[in-house]
Design a protein around this ligand. Structure first.
Ligand SMILES: Cc1ncc(COP(=O)(O)O)c(C=O)c1O
Length: 393
């Protein structure tokens, strides 16, 4: 299956059928596995083979199917599935760091990622240096003394600012650092992060992979050595395993992900173009529009796509942003993203509420900013809903 196209991999990759030949992947809702003999149990605890299981915290056949399928899609040697996206971020970082290590990270991060880097890791003696992710000179300077790891979101939340994976990876590798990329906003459909130099890619599977708001999940992708030698020992003993039922949901999600995400991205572009012309909108950020300051980078990095998210600023601050949200009829007010249902978020009062106003300002989050996660509804209905809500402002 390794030479097949992504859409074929997403439907068939990693499938392992039981003796019944079921068409849809089986859910192995079991925490444990029985052995044929005491000798077999002993042998498995010494070294279990590829399709041999011990306990669901270590691995499970349904979870393994999801790991194989997403690894094929991402072009990674291996993957480890986790209970949530944050378990994946924490697992990728904590499994490879120790006291005395240095990490260089982009400043524009999802709140919980920021909490791990700013609060948890320093508690264990890890030094974390933050840089402006779009500024290569800052990366170069921060990496000069050497680092164990680099962490960034390839497309930042909610500014949709891009980090140049190839350029940062070149600097990071010269400094001896492992490059860990949170790739949620770029999506597995448009990502070529491993090819572009990332060593480890992390997804919240809660977002585009499930894409239907049903389950929390996460996944860490990388070399077999990193996943099985570094990540697996950490996660199997600390316990953030993905449940078999969630893995089944994610397998079903992967089957339709390409279709959903391409439809979402196509509507996102239409919405970005429509709001760009609106007199009440003072700024629009969409990586697929030539007005995005890193348009060329986005084109290169995402293979000509612009993603499924649009951020824009409405004149009139919080009051205007709230009036807009409250006037929406199709788009829902929520804080998830990558869903089949379109979602509007007011980052300043929800996802980024806990930041100090000056921190929000430095990340480009103003009181009038709306982050839109574009779903799979009819494009014309979404454009009409958004323009209608803008006229109510
Ligand atoms: C960029 C990014 N990383 C990680 C996460 C965490 O994922 P989860 O909610 O599945 O733990 C999120 C969730 O919103 C996110 O936006």
């Amino acid at each position: 299956m390794t030479t097949k196209g992504k859409r074929t991999q997403a439907v068939h990759g990693g499938t392992q059928r039981s003796q019944w030949g079921e068409l849809s992947e089986a859910i192995f809702l079991t925490q444990g596995f029985a052995y044929d003999s005491a000798e077999q149990a002993e042998a498995r605890f010494i070294q279990s083979g590829p399709d041999e299981y011990i306990y669901a915290r270590y691995g499970n056949p349904t979870v393994a199917m999801f790991e194989k399928r997403i690894a094929l899609l991402e072009g990674a040697e291996d993957a480890f599935a986790t209970a949530s996206g944050m378990a994946a971020v924490n697992g990728a970082l904590s499994s490879c760091l120790k006291a005395g290590d240095r990490v260089v990270a982009a400043r524009a991060l999802f709140g919980s990622c920021l909490y791990i880097l700013e609060t948890i890791l320093p508690r264990f003696g890890v030094e974390v240096v933050f840089v402006d992710g779009a500024d290569l000179a800052q990366w170069e300077e921060a990496l000069a003394p050497g680092a164990r790891a680099v962490f960034f979101e390839s497309m930042a939340n909610p500014s949709l600012e891009m980090v140049d994976i190839e350029a940062v990876a070149t600097l990071a590798h010269a400094a001896g650092a492992v490059v860990i990329v949170d790739n949620v906003f770029s999506t597995p459909v448009f990502s070529r992060a491993i090819e572009q130099g990332a060593d480890v890619v992390v997804y919240s599977a809660t977002k585009h992979i499930d894409g239907q708001g049903r389950a929390l999940g996460g996944v860490i992708l990388g070399s077999r050595e990193f996943i099985r030698g570094t990540v697996e020992p950490y996660l199997k003993h600390t316990g953030a395993a993905m449940s078999p039922f969630t893995a089944w949901i994610m397998l079903k999600g992967l089957e339709t992900m390409d279709l959903r995400v391409r439809a979402q991205a196509s509507s996102a572009r239409a919405i970005a173009e429509a709001v760009s012309e609106h007199p009440k909108v003072t700024a629009v950020s969409y990586p697929g529009l030539p007005t995005h300051p890193q348009y060329d980078l986005a084109q290169r990095q995402l293979g000509g796509a612009g993603g499924t998210m649009v951020s824009f600023v409405i004149e009139g601050g919080k009051e205007a942003a709230f009036a807009f949200c409250n006037a929406l009829e199709i788009v829902l007010i929520s804080n998830n993203l990558g869903d089949a249902k379109s979602i509007a978020t007011h980052p300043a009062t929800t996802t980024h509420q806990r930041l100090k106003p000056e921190q929000r300002a430095s990340l480009g989050i103003s009181d009038g900013m709306i982050r839109l996660s574009v779903g799979i509804e009819a494009t014309e209905d979404l454009v009409a809903d958004i323009l209608g809500a803008l006229s109510a402002v």
